[in-house]
Write a protein that binds this ligand. Structure first.
Ligand SMILES: [Zn+2]
Length: 413
């Protein structure tokens, strides 16, 4: 069906110039970007996207989470659209490429399709999901979660930022500024979703390969462990009679660390550790610590989960222990069809590609529950991200947009 690829109409200079233009919204003096979700500055950046889209004859839409959609009509307007994009909010110390690349590559891909003179069978929509980062309103990704029905609007609206502003009020502010962008309902059928993103890791750069065919996203479990003992005098309390919460916690962590060494790609982090009363001459009465566990294979994450629960029980000694899992995101595998389309597109554009796993979460996690989904990674310098020094090379950005143009054209044909 798709005889000619629109990829040759991708304009590297135009795509780069748009990255630099978008980075001016929330620009930091050190070259980074600070563009909080649902803020005035993000709303201005969104306005810029809408302006570019209207120049191309695309129709903007939004919804009650302030997700932004820019639609290229298909020859069959009633068919479910193909979606491509990412997000435009950033961390406070963000860079120019995390999220922005996905949205701008999608815009460039659609512009290339228009320039080819062909019209897709299905509609194609560029999407910028609301609040991917979760740094202003936690947790992140409520835009794609509410869209896919994995979270209620009420739940998302109730999240509050540091200044006490409700996410629901911030959404309404953005929508008020965008009064001329029509509102749509959540959860309309989607034919496919493709998200281009910088890798945020060092593998593609090290391999000198511009395209990563993302096979899936690794699973995580996060815990809070509370060990309760009893405060006592450091000089007079007999060792045998002590209920020392810190010693118990240390025994647990040492044993969990040992267990997590096999296989050697289990990512286990204890990043939070609080001792009470935290006084030099008092036997600690309580310790609270976190565990962050990640691995691409659910079986390994689940096995480690059982190990952790067994270890805290066997190593608690005379103390009490309470382990609470606060987050669980299973590992996921992206649709085989989208992965093969990405591989074929890279090959036909003469761009090297390799399979890669995503160590970080993305909106594509939510979308993969409702439609065939895939991700395209490009290298970023030193694997640095969420940092003003974040950097992607113009030719890699263009390679990503070319592969995307080819892939969404096929998906929409
Ligand atoms: Zn991102």
């Amino acid at each position: 069906m798709a005889a000619v690829s629109p990829a040759r109409f991708v304009d590297c200079d135009r795509l780069w110039a748009r990255h630099m233009a978008l980075a001016r919204f929330g620009a930091r003096e050190d070259g980074g970007v600070d563009r909080p979700a649902l803020s005035a500055v993000e709303s201005d950046a969104r306005g810029q996207l809408v302006t570019w889209a209207r120049e191309l004859g695309l129709s903007p839409f939004t919804d009650r989470m302030a997700n932004l959609f820019l639609r290229l009509e298909g020859r069959e307007a009633n068919l479910a659209p193909v979606l491509a994009g990412s997000h435009i909010d950033s961390q406070p110390t963000g860079g120019k490429f995390d999220g922005a690349f996905g949205v701008l590559a999608a815009l460039e891909a659609v512009q290339a399709i228009i320039a080819s003179g062909e019209r897709p069978f299905r509609p194609i929509e560029i999407v910028a999901w609301a609040n991917e980062e979760g740094s202003r309103f936690a947790p992140g990704m409520p835009g794609s979660e509410v869209f896919t029905g994995r979270k209620t609007l009420e739940e998302a609206y109730a999240s509050c930022d540091q200044a006490g502003i409700l996410q629901g009020d911030a959404v309404r502010d953005v929508l008020r500024r965008d009064a001329d962008v029509p509102l749509r309902e959540f959860g309309f059928p989607v034919a496919a979703y493709v998200e281009p993103h910088i890798e945020q890791g060092p593998l593609l750069e090290a391999a000198r390969v511009p395209i990563g065919i993302v096979t899936g996203i690794q699973g995580t479990r996060r815990y809070r462990v509370r060990v309760t003992g009893e405060a006592a005098h450091a000089g007079t309390a007999l060792r045998a009679a002590r209920r020392d919460a810190l010693m118990a916690a240390v025994r647990m962590i040492a044993e969990i660390d040992r267990a997590a060494r096999d296989p050697d790609d289990i990512k286990l982090t204890v990043g939070l550790f609080k001792v009470t009363p935290n006084a030099p001459s008092v036997v600690p009465s309580e310790v609270l610590f976190s565990i962050d566990l990640r691995h691409p294979e659910n079986d390994i994450v689940d096995e480690m989960d059982r190990e952790i629960r067994r270890i805290v029980e066997t190593k608690r000694g005379p103390c009490d222990v309470d382990i609470r899992q606060i987050a669980h995101a299973p590992s996921l595998t992206f649709a085989r069809e989208v992965r093969s389309l990405i591989a074929a597109a890279a090959a036909s554009e003469g761009i090297r590609a390799m399979e890669i796993y995503s160590a970080a979460g993305h909106d594509s996690r939510q979308l993969h529950y409702v439609c065939q989904t895939g991700m395209i990674f490009i290298p970023c310098r030193g694997g640095i991200s969420h940092n003003p020094a974040e950097w992607a090379e113009p030719q890699d950005i263009a390679a990503g947009a070319k592969v995307l143009a080819n892939v969404i054209w096929q998906l929409a044909s």
